[in-house]
Design a protein around this ligand. Structure first.
Ligand code: ZN
Length: 139
């Protein structure tokens, strides 16, 4: 296990911009505020979504896209530096009109409306490629 003690530094509530990309909005906000580590939750709705599923055998992400209005029933993520820039690792549970759930690693989604609670920490967090999983994990 790799762990560290962190000190909460700042806390934000943010409303995402209609028509913007869900993850980019969070990353641009983090860059603007100089945030190098954070944890967030969010909720709202998107107009489409591209989810990634990590194939553990092939160690590659598989993309699946949904071109339909979806509720963001739950979204949780964190911000760390990847190649020196804030990267928002974002997971979601999305729901269809029927109530059926879709879930996964969110790469992209067009915001219909979104509300975010983000808490940042004093200690920066960095990601780097890790050999066993071939994922960009925390250092
Ligand atoms: Zn993920």
């Amino acid at each position: 296990m790799n762990y560290r003690e962190v000190t909460p530094s700042r806390e934000f509530l943010a409303r995402l911009e209609h028509g913007a990309d869900w993850r980019e909005e969070i990353e641009e906000f983090a860059a603007r505020e100089g945030i190098e580590s954070a944890w967030f939750t969010a909720m709202g709705a998107v107009q489409d979504a591209e989810l990634w599923y990590y194939d553990q055998d092939d160690t590659e992400y598989r993309s699946v896209s949904f071109d339909e209005p979806l509720e963001v029933a739950s979204c949780v993520g964190n911000v760390a530096l990847l190649d020196g820039e804030p990267f928002a690792h974002t997971h979601v549970v999305l729901s269809r009109r029927s109530g059926q759930a879709l879930a996964g690693h969110l790469n992209a989604a067009t915001v219909f409306a979104g509300e975010v609670h983000l808490r940042s920490f004093d200690e920066p967090l960095e990601r780097e490629r890790e050999d066993v999983t071939d994922l960009d994990l925390w250092l």
